[in-house]
Write a protein of this length. Sequence first.
Length: 276
Amino acid sequence: MSPSIHFARKLGIETGNDNAALDKITALWQVRRMTSDVVRLIEYYKSPLGRLSRALVREQVMELAGDVTGRRILGLGFATPYLRFTLERAERVLAFMPERQGASAWPREGPSHTVLCDPLEMPLTDAAIDLTVAIHALEHVADAEELMRELWRVTAPNGHLLLVVPRRRGIWAQRDNTPFGQGNPYSGGQLDKLLRDHSFVPEAWRDALFLPPFQSRLVLKYPRFFERFGRVLGPAMSGVICIRARKEAFPAVPRRKKAARYVRVPGMSTATARSG
């Protein structure tokens, strides 16, 4: 039994052989699944530990990003908690959120900068972005190499990619009570190879989240102590790796040719559906 039919029966709906009804239920199930993912992310960043981890990681993101004045910025994954500093200075700021995750409007004031899309087929022209900040992104895609090829495509010459990824052997990757404990974590060596294999040259590395991922009073009261103590022990104690890499002029790995496919959009006819 497919998950969508199981979902329909939980709602007390029998679809039978009605394809139209099944299509509607499938769309509802997908929206429900996507929404639950983005809601969990929002709830985490509202929690005390979430606010603390955001502050600690954002310091590294801002340092690596440098001056964003006049630059075209893309936040990929769930990067919006870290992008507010770009709003007033950048030429343009976009927040792309994966279809499987779901999206939330951002920022709270003014028009939304959020786009719900497939990160492997982003609705951007070539060389459209000067800096991509990818957080809760790389570790969640099924094909990391295809994502890197797409990121190379949309990045301008000498543009930059800033990744924040859970450290494979870090304690944050071993516990699933935070978003940094979800998906596939990476080691520094794996990230370096992945970037270089796809024509991105690592320029700067930072580490963050040396404090343990516990909602304990001690951790929440003395986060700077844990960060300083962890740095003394070395980067292997950190929870996430932050890296800035520069795009090289020519792709090291050509993009694979994709078979044409259609994306079903609720309420849109197949004649107007976007083909990949």
